[in-house]
Write a protein that binds this ligand. Structure first.
Ligand SMILES: Nc1nc2c(ncn2[C@@H]2O[C@H](COP(=O)(O)OP(=O)(O)O)[C@@H](O)[C@H]2O)c(=O)[nH]1
Ligand SMILES: [Mg+2]
Length: 388
């Protein structure tokens, strides 16, 4: 499944540095804003420790994790004033239109060598500016749709007239620089919305790019383990993160704190040394890994697993998917000819000491039908009939 996350942010917010940490791709980092739209793309594996444990049990020929594609796109916040009211460039939109989610990099770090283009560090302001630019682009899309629908509505079609009303309401909202995700929609409105491919309805993940010194306290703050007594000092970097956390909650978006530069540097170290260093900061995993995992949750995705001699593999489905849909991820024949699924949860298999035989004796291997809702960590073997 080609799941794509677009990394967006103002110039010098650390997009490319984060991209490098995410992908170990070594894409170019520049210390100055570039004026053309350039995009780095890379497919990365979703870290999943369960696959390694399963491989120890099944000794497969290969291990296949699921993947996420990251696209690092420059181009926001670089338009000159007279371009601004027209929205973002076609090139930028081309890179971002098909993304399933947006990772919005928000600069919290100070760095005199790479001064913030607006002259001061203020991630909330940056977030508003970014969303406003995306909203202007969506506004143009909605305007076009209003034009064509209004023309057709002249025939007196009531439904089309209603669509025009809805589009005008949407237009008004976007015109204030507000994201379309803030509105609630009726079922028919949802249908229209899906056809518009707006940028401001894509699920968003906020990435607070903090300095190395703030990382541990920021991570603690976001994990909710910072007590009220340790209130961040006004105007401090941590206070900026706290403000972002509040906003993320209001927006229904996830927020992850990373230090992109630290992460990029850690990539140079052997994995054990990097892990040791992170542990000394009280951090469980690389921020890059957290971005990938939180990206997964943001998109409401889960993994089910298949395990055998040939391969141990993770597959991606939307939460709430039923067994035949999951089967279809492997092969369309599996879905068409679906008979039933033999399912054991990863945790049950581990509790049975990794033995399928013991798990079967305990009755933990279930036979499930076409209405079974797949859960994260299910290890599944599908029974199907090709001629069906
Ligand atoms: N101090 C500090 N500098 C950073 C951090 N992340 C990025 N930078 C620096 O900020 C500049 C811009 O980073 P880059 O990733 O190219 O930003 P982009 O324009 O958003 O792609 C570079 O000089 C980076 O080294 C960070 O976490 N801390
Ligand atoms: Mg860049």
């Amino acid at each position: 499944m080609a799941l794509t996350v677009g990394i967006i942010g103002l110039p010098l917010s650390g997009k490319t540095t984060l991209f490098n940490a995410l992908t170990r791709a070594g894409a170019q980092i520049s210390g100055y804003p570039t004026s053309t739209v350039q995009a780095n793309r890379a497919v990365v594996q979703v870290p999943d420790a369960r696959l390694d444990r399963l491989a120890e049990i099944f000794h497969p020929r290969k291990i296949v994790p699921t993947t996420v594609e990251f696209v690092d796109v420059a181009g926001i916040g670089q338009a000159s004033e007279h371009e601004r009211h027209e929205g973002l460039s076609a090139e930028f939109i081309g890179h971002i239109r098909n993304a399933d989610a947006l990772a919005v990099v928000l600069r919290c770090f100070d760095n005199p060598q790479a001064p913030h283009p607006a002259g001061s560090v203020n991630p909330l302001r940056d977030l508003d500016d970014l969303m406003a630019e995306l909203a202007i682009t969506d506004l143009a899309t909605v305007d076009k749709r209003i034009e064509t629908t209004a023309r057709k509505a002249k025939s007196g079609d009531k439904k089309l007239a209603e669509e025009v009303d809805f589009l005008k309401r949407l237009r008004e909202h976007l015109n204030e620089g507000r994201p379309a995700s803030e509105l609630t929609y009726s079922a028919p409105e949802e249908t229209i919305l899906r056809e518009l491919f707006l940028l401001t309805v894509k699920p968003r993940l906020y990435v607070a790019n903090v300095s190395e010194d703030t990382l541990a306290s920021a991570a603690a703050l976001l994990a909710g383990s910072a007590d009220g007594a340790a209130k961040p000092q006004e105007g401090s970097e941590l206070a900026q993160v706290a403000a972002l956390a509040k906003r993320a909650q209001a927006d229904g978006a996830e927020l992850v704190a990373v230090s992109a530069r630290l992460e990029a540097e850690l990539e140079e170290l052997p994995p054990e040394d990097a892990a040791e260093y992170l542990a000394s900061l009280g951090l469980p995993a690389l921020g890059a890994d957290r971005v990938i995992q939180v990206g997964y949750t943001t998109l409401n995705l889960i993994s089910f697993l298949t395990a055998g001699e040939d391969e141990v593999r993770a597959w991606t489905v939307t939460r709430g998917s039923k067994a035949p849909t999951a089967a279809g991820k492997i092969h369309t024949d599996f879905e068409k000819g679906f008979i039933r699924a033999e399912v054991i949860s990863y945790d049950d298999l581990m509790a049975a000491g990794g033995s399928m035989k013991v798990a079967k004796e305990h009755g933990q291997v279930r036979l499930e039908g076409k209405d079974y809702v797949v859960r994260d960590g299910d290890i599944i073997e599908f029974r199907f009939n090709v001629s069906k």
